[in-house]
Design a protein around this ligand. Structure first.
Ligand code: MSP
Length: 531
C-alpha cells in the first residue's frame, strides 16, 4: 500500500481446483497480468489478485473419487497452478485460497452482516441443482429448457446439459429480488461497469426478466464455510468465492481497515463470459446490501476456441499450455495470447497462427531489429553505444517523431484491454526502425570517409528506438524486454513509462551485449505438438 499513489486493484476469477490449469484459465490470468504490468508502468499502486476456489460439492466429489480428503485433494492441486503461473511470469501480488482461515473469517462476517441487515432469511428450498456448474435452477427454468429441447420429461442443466439433482432442504436466501431496479440503474448510470457492450446488454435483459431470491446455503454436504449462526448450513460456493475479492484486501481483519478502504472498490474484475451473472448481478447486489461500493468495472472476455471449436478434453482438442511453452517459449506465448485475440469476443487459436505471429512479429521484426542494431553497435563502436552531440539528439528524425506519437494511443488501448491494438502501435515503430536501417545503410556509412558522425547518429537513433520499444513491451514480454534493456546496459527500470519514453536518454559509450537471437525463426512445416 502506497498512499502517495493511486490504487489499482485488479482480479482474476479464482479457479476451481478440480481441473488442472489450462489455456482458458491461463488466459484469464494473462489478461489481468498484462493490465497489471501496464498499470505499474504508469505508476499506479497495483494489487493483482488471483487464486483458487476450493469449496463446493463438485470439489468434494472429485476428492472422493481420488480417495482423498477434500483438503488433501485441493492442496494437491495447488502446485500445478503456481507452477504454470510462474512459467508464464504472472506478477500477482497475492494468491488466495478459499480454504484459508482469513477467508473463513471474512465470509462468516459478511453473512452475519447480511443477517443483521435483514438481507437474508431462512426458508425451504425446492428446486434443481447442477453440481458441475454449481448453480441452482428453478422448476420453470428447467422445464422451459428441456421442453425447448423436445424432452420435457428430462431434467438436464440449462447451462451444460448434464443431469440435475433434485434438492429439497432448508436454506438461507439472499433477497436478490429486491435489487432489480437498483441493478438496472447501475447499468444505466455506469455503462462502463460491464464491458464489452454485448455482455452488458445480455445482463440488462436478464435482469429485466426478473430476479428470484437466491439460495445461499446448503445442508446436504459439508465441504464449505459454515454459517456462524446456523452451523448445519455451509455457504453456497459462489457466495463464498465472490467474497475472495474482499478477503484479500483485509475484510474481516480490523488491522487492515485502512487497506480495505484504500483498495476497494476494485478497479477491474476480469471474468469469462460464462460467469457474468455471478459478477454483474449477484455480486453487486450483495455489495449493495452490505452498503459497500460496487466494482468500477467487470471486463468480460470471450472463449478461446481451437480451430473454431470449444476446447474440451472430451473433444480431444485441448492443447496443453506446457506444450506451447515448449515450442514458442513463455514470452511468445504471452505475446500471442495478448495480442492476436480480440479480448471481448470468442477467438479461434491455432498453432499455425501462433507460429505465423511468432515469425512475423517476433523473429523477423523485433528480434531481427535488436540483433542487427546490437551487432552494428558492437562492430562499429567497439562494443559500446555511440556518442553523439546534444544537437543531434534534439534533431527530430523519423523514429523520434513516431515514438512521440506512441504514448497516448498506446495507453488508451491498454486501458481498454485492447492489447492487440497497443502492440500494433509498438510494432509500427519496430517496422519503421527496420526500414530506417535499410534506408540509411549504416554498413555503407561505415565505409565512407567523413561519415562517422552520421553513422553514430543513425545507430544511436536505432538503439534509442529499441530502448523505448522494450519498455512499451514490458507488459507483453517482461523477460525479453528486461533482457534487451540489459544488453543496452539499462538496468534501472523504475521510471514511469512516460519518463522512460522521452527521446534522448540512451546512455552513450556504455557497453552493448550482442547476445543470442531473441526469437530464433521457427520452421512452420516441422511444427508438431509431439516433438
Ligand atoms: N470458480 C469459478 C470462478 C469464481 S470467481 C469468484 C470458475 N472457475 S473456472 O475454473 O471454471 O473458470 C475460471 C475462468 O476460466 C472463467 O473466467 C472462464 O471463463 C475461464 N475459462 C475456462 N475455459 C475457457 C476457455 N475455453 N476460454 C477462455 N476462458 C475460459 O468459474
Amino acid at each position: 500500500m502506497n498512499r502517495d499513489k493511486e490504487s489499482f486493484f485488479i482480479t482474476t476469477p479464482i479457479y476451481y481446483v478440480n481441473d488442472k490449469p489450462h489455456l482458458g484459465t491461463a488466459y484469464s490470468t494473462l489478461l489481468a497480468d498484462g493490465r497489471a504490468r501496464f498499470e505499474r508502468l504508469v505508476k499506479k499502486d497495483v494489487f493483482f489478485l488471483t487464486g483458487t476456489d476450493e469449496h463446493g460439492e463438485k470439489i468434494a466429489q472429485s476428492a472422493e473419487k481420488h480417495e482423498m480428503s477434500a483438503q488433501e485433494w485441493t492442496d494437491s492441486m495447488i502446485p500445478a497452478f503456481k507452477d504454470l503461473w510462474e512459467k508464464l511470469n504472472f506478477s500477482n501480488d497475492d494468491f488466495i485460497r478459499t480454504t484459508q482461515d482469513r477467508h473463513t473469517v471474512a465470509v462468516q462476517k459478511i453473512l452475519e452482516e447480511l443477517k443483521d441487515k435483514n438481507a437474508i432469511y431462512k426458508d425451504k428450498y425446492t428446486g434443481w441443482y447442477c453440481v458441475h456448474e454449481e448453480t441452482h435452477f428453478t422448476e420453470t427454468q428447467v422445464h422451459q429448457y428441456n421442453e425447448e429441447k423436445g424432452k420435457p420429461e428430462e431434467h438436464m442443466c440449462p447451462d451444460c446439459d448434464r443431469e440435475l439433482e433434485r434438492v429439497e432442504e432448508d436454506s438461507w436466501f439472499f433477497r436478490l429480488s429486491d435489487y432489480q431496479d437498483k441493478l438496472l440503474s447501475l447499468y444505466e448510470e455506469h455503462p462502463e461497469f460491464i464491458e464489452p457492450e454485448i455482455r452488458r446488454n445480455e445482463v440488462v435483459s436478464f435482469v429485466k426478466g426478473g430476479l428470484n431470491d437466491l439460495s445461499i446455503s446448503r445442508t446436504s454436504f459439508s465441504w464449505g464455510i459454515p454459517f456462524s449462526f446456523d452451523e448445519e448450513h455451509v455457504t453456497y460456493v459462489w457466495i463464498d468465492a465472490l467474497i475472495n475479492y474482499l478477503t484479500a484486501i483485509g475484510y474481516g481483519d480490523e488491522s487492515k481497515a485502512e487497506e480495505l478502504a484504500y483498495r476497494w472498490p476494485a478497479d477491474v474484475h476480469i471474468v469469462g463470459k460464462d460467469i457474468i451473472r455471478f459478477h454483474c448481478v449477484i455480486w453487486p447486489a450483495i455489495l449493495m446490501a452490505l452498503g459497500l461500493e460496487v466494482p468500477k468495472r467487470v471486463f468480460v472476455h470471450g472463449f478461446l476456441l481451437i480451430n473454431g471449436k470449444k476446447m474440451s478434453k472430451s473433444r480431444g482438442n485441448a492443447i496443453d499450455p506446457y506444450d506451447l511453452i515448449k515450442i514458442f517459449g513463455s514470452e511468445a506465448y504471452r505475446y500471442y495470447f495478448l495480442t492476436d485475440i480480440t479480448h471481448g469476443a470468442d477467438s479461434s487459436i491455432s498453432i499455425e497462427r501462433m507460429a505465423q505471429v511468432y515469425n512475423a512479429d517476433l523473429a523477423n521484426s523485433w528480434g531481427n531489429l535488436v540483433s542487427r542494431a546490437l551487432n552494428m553497435s558492437d562492430k562499429y563502436f567497439d562494443g559500446k553505444t555511440p556518442g553523439i552531440t546534444d544537437e543531434q539528439i534534439q534533431k527530430t528524425n523519423i523514429l523520434s517523431a513516431k515514438i512521440e506519437k506512441l504514448y497516448q494511443p498506446y495507453c488508451e488501448a491498454m486501458e481498454e484491454m485492447q492489447f492487440g491494438k497497443a502492440a500494433a502501435l509498438v510494432l509500427e515503430v519496430i517496422d519503421a526502425a527496420n526500414l530506417y536501417i535499410e534506408q540509411t545503410t549504416p554498413w555503407n556509412l561505415a565505409k565512407m570517409e567523413g561519415a562517422q558522425e552520421e553513422l553514430a547518429f543513425v545507430i544511436y537513433n536505432i538503439l534509442e528506438a529499441i530502448r523505448i520499444v522494450a519498455y512499451f513491451y514490458l507488459p507483453f514480454m517482461p523477460k525479453i524486454s528486461q533482457e534487451v534493456l540489459s544488453r543496452l546496459s539499462e538496468h534501472d527500470l523504475s521510471a514511469s513509462l512516460e519518463d522512460f519514453a522521452r527521446w534522448g536518454q540512451l546512455k552513450q559509450g556504455v557497453e552493448v551485449h550482442k547476445g543470442e537471437a531473441l526469437f530464433p525463426r521457427l520452421d512452420v512445416e516441422k511444427l508438431s505438438l509431439n516433438e
